[in-house]
Design a protein around this ligand. Structure first.
Ligand code: ADP
Ligand code: MG
Ligand code: MG
Length: 984
């Protein structure tokens, strides 16, 4: 295998598919050169193979000879020699891994210049200023990028030179100053390295290539790959390319252009350019750039040529492309292209419009694959409205959604301000478990340090709170923070956008999440694709949430938590009376009152979901959650004393106190102790159903028993449920009875239940995996304790790949799900199986559940669209590339149901073998042909990226405040679910 390929090398496959070998930049340069025959300066690519060989055993044998030959070919094509004192060839050395990566070596321009060749260049171009400007750029770049010398001394000298000569911009620095700069730069290099700046072009080239190889293992590159899940074994390619000069004169320039607007998706070119400039000047903000439309006035011919190229690129890549170009003395050169990144809004619009674009003609399936969960997440959260705000600083978008509030710099101050009714943004250098109460109280969180798995990021995502982390320019001092010269004091308003990572001063106007026409269209296509496979339901506990879930496309309710009905202000006293009841009569009286209240709730929910299944989970949490906090009462007792009622509650609270409530008297265990409870709930539900039928509705009811661990338990509970159903229906009309469908099933949320699913299925019509508790119990992790305290450390140390509460642990918890499905269906082939944990809204988890053969997933209403998309993408991923849509579906279905376990195993191995791909795959993925591996990769990325970005609905439970928290969920709490409670 050769190590070096010219851009015009004829490969057996289209070079754009050879990113593994040539890197992204090299593959696309070769595609533009040899397939599209666009004006690209000649060059060659040193493959990733060479980099891998270098990492294992140093500079590979034979590489020098190959580079030499490639260089000679290049010199021949260009008619110039590298380092020639008369008419030198100059080259750029550009890194380019399969995925573009911050932390990789920057591009070195103008390589080949030295004290002699610079004079040749000056003579050839008859422009000494240009030649020395190029030389000073090269020496400083070489010093900084290849030799690793800090940039400041170079910049300082340039600034001084500009000041001395009164030059307004770099382009105005006079020749005399440029000579002096080159001299001084070389001195800096001597001081820092103890060696002279290399004059020999061979040495320059070798140095630059090695620096690119070496940068693969630089700390920033490693950190980035860790975060993105990109394999460290991929290596990077190196591109060596003949220079063209945008800094030649006023007929020259450099620019970047997109074939469509990457922010809105609107058709038509979009971009910036700069006259008489080189390389990164456009993005460096050194001078004001001009929009591409200005190119039309200045260089109409070039503008037209560029647009024609844009058209060809779009048709060729069948997607929006992002380009870099340079104009040298009136001639256009293309220097880079790739499929461009885009916002969620743009992704939706482009995907839909490209299906009817005659040059592109995406299939609907391809359109669905173009959109990621992250894109949907962006459009489903509030964002900054418009672009009018000025960004104070940027950090990492760690948890999407925008928030506006007053700045507080400690958790205590934040909590106190929130208590006063203020909206708060908590600003910290970084957060720790001691800050959790302040984080809870805040609308949003901003930290100066930390990455996407820092404490702040992990906790905020878990709660669905907007967060920007690692905003490195933020300096906190006492009761204020500063960004450069701007000081922001405690109590000042700021706004953050946790998707874009932006921080702005003042109260930025927010745009509520709003679904566009394209959103509806694309999700409609996704629904058609997944039809007959995976259904998507919503978790909803009240009428408004149910209605919202339905609007979001839910096909039923997968989890209706009845405890929320118990905690409403008007209900709590009744619940407490039931708990305190001293005899059966008092208990019955309280239960009777609750029944009437619950019935009204159920009517609302059944009405909102009319015709669709509603899974009602009978009471689950331990009873002490409905009682006041014992420590508060103890204090009150010791100080002002307790009245009789308080005394009774205190006694009950002490009596019901549990050392480990998560593993205590809850779920069906509670039913065993208080048998009247479940009967009451079922009667309330069935009465509501009868009422609905009478009103012409079609209720579809599934009654779910929580926390079952044995068949006997479930059989007992089933008996109560059946008795209560019968008791309610006796009095109902026959036709009503006929029209009522009731299934009785159980949650599978303990390892034992999953293991004994075979016998539990004997008495269950359906299973619903409660993957949150199943994760807690499988890992032995108490989520509330572990997530705030140690999860970020586990992720940073690589002890866990993902937070298992965000992305289901496919190997452990996933194995229990697969076992449960297989064993349950072995007993009862028709067993309906769903998932109702928050994982049901996580793309990567959804593939695990779909592979296991589940019938549906259920998640918070805000995640429903993402689940619909992910389910469709799962179906598409199971299809053979050539098969028709229907065939695809059929095969995916059989595959998934027949051999779920083996199948997953195979997929996993496949994924592991391809090792790397994980990350930016989604951004750069080749639109048309894709291998299974690439798909998995792309999906993983999407999953990882959005990972936790749960919709505002994800919630956090804070046990000590259970009561207030649950009270906050009282009906009508809008479609935005409560901040601090989550499904167990
Ligand atoms: P990045 O990966 O950061 O985009 P590039 O390798 O694309 O780095 O280089 C950055 C810029 O340098 C390019 O956009 C282009 O303007 C300039 N550049 C790179 N190679 C050449 C070349 N051969 N001739 C002229 N300019 C070049
Ligand atoms: Mg570039
Ligand atoms: Mg549970």
């Amino acid at each position: 295998m050769p190590f070096v390929y010219d851009f015009d090398h004829s490969h057996r496959r289209p070079p754009m598919e050879l990113k593994d070998l040539l890197g992204g930049k090299g593959a696309n340069l070769a595609e533009m050169t040899s397939v599209l025959r666009l004006p690209v300066p000649h060059g060659f690519t040193i493959s990733t193979d060479a980099c891998r060989a270098y990492m294992h055993g140093g500079w590979p044998e034979g590489l020098s000879a190959e580079v030499k030959r490639a260089r000679t070919r290049l010199e021949k094509k260009m008619g110039k020699l590298l380092g020639d004192p008369v008419d030198p060839l100059l080259v750029s050395v550009r890194s380019g891994a399969k995925f573009s990566m911050p932390g990789m070596m920057d591009t070195v321009l103008n390589l080949g210049l030295n004290d002699e060749s610079v004079q040749g260049l000056a003579k050839q171009t008859d422009d000494e200023r240009f030649a020395y400007d190029s030389y000073r750029r090269f020496v400083s770049m070489y010093g900084r990028i290849v030799l690793g010398i800090p940039g400041e001394p170079f910049d300082t000298l340039l600034d001084e030179a500009k000041e001395r000569s009164g030059a307004a911009s770099d382009a105005d620095v006079p020749i005399s100053q440029l000579h002096a700069l080159v001299f001084a730069y070389k001195q800096i290099i001597r001081d820092h390295t103890g060696a002279d700046f290399p004059q020999n072009p061979d040495a320059q080239l070798r140095g630059a290539i090695e620096a690119v190889f070496g940068s693969w293992n630089g700390p920033r590159a490693i950190a980035y790959r860790d975060h993105e899940g990109i394999s460290h074994d991929l290596g990077t390619a190196v591109n060596v390319q003949a220079m063209v000069f945008g800094n030649r004169d006023d007929q020259s320039g450099t620019g970047v252009g997109f074939t469509r607007d990457p922010a809105t998706g609107a058709k038509g070119e979009y971009g910036d350019f700069l006259v008489n400039a080189q390389g990164e000047d456009v993005v460096a903000g050194i001078r004001n750039t001009e929009p591409l439309s200005a190119l039309k006035d200045k260089f109409p011919k070039i503008h037209a040529e560029l647009l024609a190229i844009f058209g060809r690129l779009e048709r060729h890549y069948r997607d929006m492309c992002d380009t870099e170009f340079t104009i040298e003395q009136g001639k256009l050169w293309m220097l880079q292209t790739r499929v461009g990144k885009r916002t969620g809004r743009a992704a939706l619009r482009m995907a839909v419009e490209m299906t009817t674009d005659p040059g592109i003609r995406l299939t609907r399936g391809e359109a669905v694959e173009r959109v990621t969960a992250e894109h949907l997440d962006q459009v489903l959260h509030p964002q900054f409205a418009g672009t009018g705000h000025t960004v104070l600083t940027k950090g990492l978008g760690a948890s999407p959604g925008a928030a506006v509030g007053r700045v507080y710099l400690t958790a205590d101050d934040a909590a106190a301000a929130a208590e006063r009714g203020e909206r708060v943004i908590l600003v910290r250098t970084e957060t720790s478990p001691e800050d959790v109460h302040g984080m809870l109280a805040a609308e949003g969180i901003l930290t100066a340090r930390g990455g996407l798995v820092s404490h702040a990021a992990v906790v905020a995502r878990g709660w669905g709170k907007p967060a920007v982390v690692g905003a490195e320019k933020v300096r906190i001092a006492g009761r204020s923070f500063s960004v450069g010269a701007t000081v922001v004091n405690e109590g000042d308003w700021i706004s953050i956008d946790g998707a874009a990572g932006e921080v702005a001063l003042g109260q930025v106007e927010l745009a509520e999440a709003k679904a566009s026409d394209e959103f509806e269209t694309l999700l409609g296509w996704a629904d058609a694709i997944r039809k007959g496979h995976l259904k998507v339901r919503a978790n909803a506990d009240n009428g408004p949430d149910a209605a919202n879930g339905r609007r979001m496309g839910a096909e039923g309710i997968g989890l209706c938590r009845t405890e929320h009905m118990f905690i409403a202000e008007d209900r709590l006293p009744i619940v407490r009376r039931m708990i305190l009841a001293e005899d059966a009569a008092a208990e019955d009286a309280a239960l009777e009152e609750l029944r009437v209240a619950q019935r009204a709730d159920f009517i609302e929910i059944l009405e909102a979901m009319d015709g669709l299944p509603v899974t009602v989970r009978l009471l689950d949490p331990p009873l002490h959650e409905f009682l006041p906090d014992t420590s508060e009462l103890a204090i009150k007792e010791a100080t002002v004393g307790l009245d009789a009622e308080e005394q009774a509650l205190f006694e009950a609270a002490k009596q019901w106190h549990e050392y480990n409530p998560m593993l205590g008297t809850r779920g069906v265990r509670l039913g065993v102790i208080k048998p009247g409870l479940y009967s009451m709930q079922v009667r309330a539900l069935m009465e509501a159903a009868v009422q609905r039928v009478a009103d012409g509705g079609k209720p579809v009811i599934e009654i779910m028993i929580p926390l079952t661990v044995t068949r006997e338990e479930l059989a007992l509970a089933r008996g109560w449920v059946e008795a209560a159903v019968t008791a309610t229906l006796v009095s109902a009309h026959r036709s009503t009875r006929r029209r009522l469908e009731v299934l009785i099933g159980t949650m599978i949320e303990t390892p034992r239940a999953a293991l004994r699913a075979g016998e539990i299925a004997e008495v269950a019509d359906f299973f619903s995996f409660g993957t949150n508790d199943l994760t807690q119990m499988t890992f032995g992790f108490s989520r509330d304790d572990v997530e705030g305290r140690m999860m970020s450390a586990y992720l940073e140390k690589g002890l866990l790949k993902d937070n298992p509460f965000e992305t289901v642990d496919a190997d452990g918890v996933g194995e229990l799900v697969r076992l449960g499905v297989t064993r349950g269906r072995a007993t009862r082939p028709s067993l309906k199986i769903g998932v109702c944990g928050e994982h049901g809204g996580d793309p990567e988890s959804i593939t695990v559940f779909a592979d296991a053969g589940c019938d549906y997933v259920s998640c918070s209403p805000f995640r429903v669209p993402i689940a619909r998309l992910s389910a469709a993408q799962w179906v598409l991923a199971h299809a053979a590339p050539s098969a028709s849509a229907t065939k695809k579906r059929a095969s995916a279905r059989t595959a998934a149901t027949r051999a779920p376990v083996r199948k997953t195993a195979a997929r996993k191995t496949a994924a592991r073998k391809t090792a790397a791909p994980k990350a930016p795959a989604s951004k750069k993925r080749a639109p048309v042909r894709k291998t299974a591996a690439r798909k998995t990769a792309a999906r993983k990325t999407a999953a990882r990226k959005t990972a936790a970005r749960k919709a505002p609905a994800s919630k956090k439970r804070a046990p000590s405040r259970a009561t207030q928290r649950l009270a906050a969920t009282k009906r009508g709490s809008s479609s935005r679910p409560p901040a601090r409670s989550r499904a167990r």
